[in-house]
Design a protein around this ligand. Sequence first.
Ligand SMILES: [Zn+2]
Length: 416
Amino acid sequence: MDARRIALIVMTFAAVCVGHAADLETSLRAAAAAEEPRVIDTLKALVALESGTMDAPGLARVADDLQGRLGALGARVERRKLEGVKGEALIGRFTGTGKRRLMLIAHMDTIYAPGTLAREPVRIADGRLYGPGVADSKGGIAVILHSLKLLREAGWKDYAQLTVLFNGDEESQSAGSGALIAALGAEHDVVLSYEPTPAKSVMQAEAVLLSAAGTGTVELEVKGRTSHAGAAPGEGRNALVELVHQLSQADDLGAEVPGAQVNWTLAQAGAVRNQIPDLATATADLRLTAPDAAARLQQRLDALALQRKVPDTEVHYRVRIGRPPFASPDGRSVALAKKAKAIYAELDGRPLIFIPGTGAGTDAGYAGSSGKPSVLESLGLAGWGYHAKDEYIEIDSIVPRVYLTTRLLVGLGRGD
Ligand SMILES: [Zn+2]
């Protein structure tokens, strides 16, 4: 075969591929638009199943429902008990014919105690669907389920592995699921996370989130020696005085340890007025925005512990990490966000904005903690009132968000 003929065949093949991709985009856009009423039905059904993070029977009911929905989409569904919390995790696995490993995550639990639904029933008004947990993050669950339904109907299998994780303990700091999310994240190339994005009544446009702080605490413990505060103060070693000295040294750590924000919020010392105290403790709220900040902070604090004012006292600082930060110092989250923005531009001209960071923690931090996958957060529905009252989603965010997920997955599967 001559070179011209080969070139012609290659060009024709490329044109067919491009044409096919364009057809798929057009059909997905139409399918997403037609799907809105069914997404609303799913949202109403999910919100009707109360699933407060401390409510084991409620969490089991919503897990039963979602296990059925994932199974109906063709997933192999595994249900995992989670240590130390009330909720379980559902892992739905799909095996495709492509190359990439993709994961979608959202949580089934809410912050609301059982009975909230009776006071705040599901209702639709002014383009909003109201209900406890509808945005955070049952909206995200509905977007995932219906996006996968449309892709299944389109015959899309262009992935090696597609995994859906719904955890039931996010509002309990993911204490039982964090390690699972981290391990699954490390097995994938991309993780898309479905916390809500702020409503357009709050922020000027729908958004995605590029980073979130990790959370933790710093505990400071000072041990001294008791003595009579009036008769023999010199025999004592005042733990409170040393604590104050340590706090004054450890008050501006953010400047010394970039990526760590430390604010001392609790302190305790002494039992009675006339005794030199032998124990004093303090606790700080910790927010972490760099992956290695906790280790650098502990190092710095260990050095401060040696710079004592009161001799013979013992000083210990302990940095405890809760949720790891969601950070993408290499810009991979921004690259994903730019793909999302381009997909939004194919819609009705609505913009997609990037939120650079938040002080609130997210499971995206666990998902990306290995450094392996690219991670993007806040792909759920636009809404507000979460962790508050009268929580709602904006109905006009349903179609764009379903379309965004289907198109992102198709592109990511292709390796775009
Ligand atoms: Zn949430």
